[in-house]
Write a protein that binds this ligand. Sequence first.
Ligand SMILES: Nc1nc2c(ncn2[C@@H]2O[C@H](COP(=O)(O)OP(=O)(O)OP(=O)(O)O)[C@@H](O)[C@H]2O)c(=O)[nH]1
Ligand SMILES: [Mg+2]
Length: 196
Amino acid sequence: MAEPLRLNFVQSAARMEQLPDSVIEVAMVGRSNVGKSSLINALANRRNLARTSKTPGATRLINVYEREPTGSGRWLVDLPGYGFSTASKSEQRRWSGMIETYLIERETLAATLVLIDGEIGPTKLDLSTVEWLEHIECSYRFVATKMDKVKPSKRHRRSEELASRLEVDKAEIVWVSAAKRTGIQDLRATVDHILG
Ligand SMILES: Nc1nc2c(ncn2[C@@H]2O[C@H](COP(=O)(O)OP(=O)(O)OP(=O)(O)O)[C@@H](O)[C@H]2O)c(=O)[nH]1
Ligand SMILES: [Mg+2]
């Protein structure tokens, strides 16, 4: 049984350059509202470690959570979501610039978890993000979120559909529900393994 990840908030940053050095990082990438911050809370088994919201755009900065012990330099990084349509164009550009710089330049970034909404995804923007991650040779794994929103009778079909649209084997997508805590144990083990 994978124990909750013991995570502590370290800091927020508006630009990658503001972050201190780390040893190794795993980052959460995905559309705004897909459930990145909720997933961090579920992995840590904490209610309000990361701020979540029904309204897209809850996370506007790079937020760093460190696995204990303090000073380990082993981080889970919550990124602002993309595709937040009510933001102004200039704000959207600022956000994508911040995320892209981080993903391209952060040397200690070991892997990203690419979150796809299990009920409605992948969106065009998700697919172009994946293409871009391939292009910059960023290592990633897929996590399908909000599994509880897909009826049990439709799950098999949905997981095949998602795999085919993402052009991966079904087994390569981890399905989770932060709300119901489904799949969280497996993902804890995965994150723990990457962080070393
Ligand atoms: N039903 C259900 N709702 C979820 C789940 N995970 C997240 N949500 C809801 O989805 C909404 C967005 O969740 P967040 O975790 O704030 O999403 P985010 O990806 O961090 O969004 P940004 O910070 O805007 O990028 C909230 O209302 C959550 O309660 C889930 O597993 N099941
Ligand atoms: Mg968030």
